[in-house]
Design a protein. Sequence first.
Length: 110
Amino acid sequence: MADPRIKALKIKTGVVKRLTKEKVMYEREAESQRNRIQNLKSQNKDEYDIKKQEEVLRESLMMVPDCQRRLAKAFEELKTLVDHEKDLAEEEDYATAVQILEEAKSELPT
């Protein structure tokens, strides 16, 4: 039977990986939206359209702190698990978890 610690490691690794991607996606979306708004303004488009696009931008920007908070929590949970289960260091899933932690560090709030 599979070790339940490995299952927990896989799940927590997946959560950190997903939240990291989600945060990056919202940041990219916000940047893209900023560019779209600039384009609309430079083309002197309708004020209503610009306001709607600014609303979309605000919604994207509101999601970034939420993703950061959830990512920080998931990161700490995975880090704690990795630190407590060093005897699994030979497992591929353990190495994957360590790699995902390293990748996610740069996305954590400072």
